[in-house]
Design a protein around this ligand. Structure first.
Ligand code: KG4
Ligand code: ZN
Length: 341
């Protein structure tokens, strides 16, 4: 089965072709980072315009790289949720038009489940596992018993971790996106500020996250003028990684899983990769990280997740709508209750 994946949920326009026999045939990603840099974040209307401009050339290249034509494709998959609605609409409408024109079935994919299951392109993970989702818009823990069997365990009460990275980078005048720059600046010896741990001692929030207080603490240190950028960035990163590692391992122990899959843009973080791998190993748990090309937004993960969904024949009609905000367990509920075609 050959699946064409389309991803436009934020600021990357991407199309990929996944072949169930040969593996990933192509994955073309057109990034808008340079365009959004001057705004210090993603500017929705600009993102939508860029998707409109780029989607056809990106499709063209993805087909060429895969050495296939549209007629060879069996299924069209697209990210339907969550994301910037003006961006999602472009990819969804494009996928619907392709499905209509080629008479190939359409499968909807949730961006977060794509981040999680995209890792399966390269790595084998046994069920059940814990998923730590860390991206620009999400910080969530899920128990994954099977494909489409998701239990929400906890999530952020305010900012997402990637968002906190981006905002701290802005305070320090380090540019956008902030995660990779702060990660690059990090030096363990420079992590000299002991930021307070958010939600500490609140049992009901043991699997929830909060980063807005930490962000405010960072701002106070910036304004004090007493610390270098490297010291603030390193201390921030150390605190964030400590929080993520501790909560994830506590959840892994409580839910008795043997594997943890980390997904989303922040999974590229070098300290998180190192610390979680090391500390999980001590507990006999395997921490699985995607290869770097699958960490940030891409359509390879959408094509692969679309393939898993197509195996279940969960095809939808053209009335199935994109949604800006919806958790992936709820998305599956909607999918299961809507008429599939
Ligand atoms: O998953 P993603 O590409 O887009 C969303 O779905 O949000 O994640 C983007 C986020 C940005 O906030 C970026 O700063 C962060 O991932 N990021 C990182 C690193 N690389 C990207 N954060 C920390 N360390 C990194 N190395
Ligand atoms: Zn993402």
């Amino acid at each position: 089965m050959k699946v064409l994946g389309v991803e436009t949920s934020c600021d990357e326009t991407s199309v990929a072709v996944y072949d169930s026999e040969k593996g990933l045939l192509s994955n073309v990603v057109s990034s808008q980072i340079d365009i959004h840099k001057e705004w210090g974040g993603v500017f929705p209307e600009l993102a939508a315009r860029e998707h409109t401009k780029n989607i056809l050339p990106v499709l063209d290249k993805a087909l060429k790289d895969a050495n296939v034509s549209l007629e060879d494709i069996d299924v069209i998959a697209a990210t339907f949720a969550p994301g910037l609605i003006v961006s999602l609409v472009i990819g969804v409408s494009f996928a619907k038009a392709l499905s209509f024109a080629t008479d190939k079935p359409l499968v909807p994919v949730h961006h977060i489940e794509a981040h999680i299951f995209g890792t399966f392109i390269e790595k084998k993970v046994d069920f059940p596992f814990l998923a730590l989702v860390v991206s620009g818009g999400h910080t969530e823990l899920y128990l994954i018993r099977d494909f489409e069997d998701y239990t929400y365990i906890g999530g952020t009460l305010d900012d997402a971790v990637g968002e906190a990275y981006d905002k701290v980078a802005r305070m320090l005048d380090l540019g956008y996106p902030g995660g990779p720059v702060i990660d690059e600046l990090y030096v363990p010896e420079c992590a000299c500020i002991d930021f307070p741990t958010p939600l500490k001692g609140k049992k009901e929030h043991r699997f929830n996250f909060s980063f807005s207080g930490l962000k405010a603490d960072v701002l106070r240190k910036v304004e004090s003028g007493q610390f270098t950028k490297k010291q603030i960035a390193s201390s921030f990163q150390e605190k964030v990684v400590d929080i993520l590692v501790k909560k994830t391992l506590d959840a892994a122990k409580e839910y008795k899983v043997k594997s943890i899959v980390v997904a989303g843009g922040v999974s590229a973080n070098s300290l998180l990769r190192e610390k979680l791998t090391e500390e999980a190993k001590r507990l006999g748990i395997k921490a699985v990280f995607p290869p770097f090309y699958l960490c940030t937004d891409n359509a390879a993960m959408v094509a692969y997740t679309g393939y898993l969904r197509a195996l279940k024949k969960k095809f939808v009609g053209y009335d199935f709508k994109p949604l800006a905000r919806i958790r992936m367990d709820k998305f599956v509920e909607i999918l299961n209750s809507s008429s599939t075609v």
